[in-house]
Design a protein around this ligand. Sequence first.
Ligand code: G4P
Length: 290
Amino acid sequence: MAIQWFPGHMAKARREVTEQLKLVDVVFELVDARIPYSSRNPMIDEVIKDKPRVVLLNKMDMANLNETKKWMSFFETQGFYPVLIDSKNGKNLSQVTKAAEIVTREKFERMKQKGLRPRAIRAMIVGIPNVGKSTLINRLAKKSIAKTGNMPGVTKKQQWIKVGKTLELLDTPGILWPKFEDQTVGKKLSLTGAIKDSIVHLDEVAIYGIEYLQLRDLTTLNKHYNINVGQDTPYIEVFDAIGKSRGLKLKGNEIDYESVVELIIRDIRNEKIGKYTFDHISMLEVSDEE
Ligand code: G4P
């Protein structure tokens, strides 16, 4: 379901997460490994503040491993504890518990010194829609936990889910909004399926995807669609070539651009062409200098 984020919703979502944070020792900030920058909430640091945090780069199975490694180092230098996971197939999930133990160790040592009884680490998951929060909760719980309509403000009684012996997880994730005011971020969110509706025009999304592939993986692009375009071929000629190659034509032999756009987006979203990471560290370096 699509969420329309209005200022009122955003304030409410933030308030809810702030309340939930009081209950936990550690936050799992879930991001999409294909867009580790674009899939973060723009105010996440202000919301989480200095609460111990583990950054979970989810959907590792869909991302480019070399780029993912760079993002892991980046998050480490930022002082966070990054863990690479695939919630869908349950990969690396034992690392999540281990990371929680590491980032809360000091707090639990202090509690022990004060003579407090040992207890499980309490954790919650926070992230923008569609990064895989429910999938991860269900995986960690080893059962299906009902999704709260994916709407901020839809309340239900919160419960703790036991994850092994050392961890307890809130069954309701914190849902925060994406960085939708930035057009490029919007295109990446759409290209990866985080936003499925038309906040950004779909033709703009497909153009972005095609130009990305022309620049980064031209050979695979040509091979996938059985076309022969160059790095500088204008996007409309690439669309024409794909339309011709796939027989996407209207009456009168004109190219059916709507179908071409849909095909490109579907192929990229479902990693039919390849595994791509659309956020690059260099992008942050550029914006830092500005
Ligand atoms: P949310 O709670 O954060 O909104 O996200 P949710 O768990 O609903 O996941 C959104 C989509 O991402 C789902 O796909 C889910 O299967 C997929 N997903 C979650 N984690 C991973 C992962 O690590 N790898 C891959 N490849 N996919 C992941 P969907 O198409 O919306 O539904 P479905 O195909 O699972 O039915």
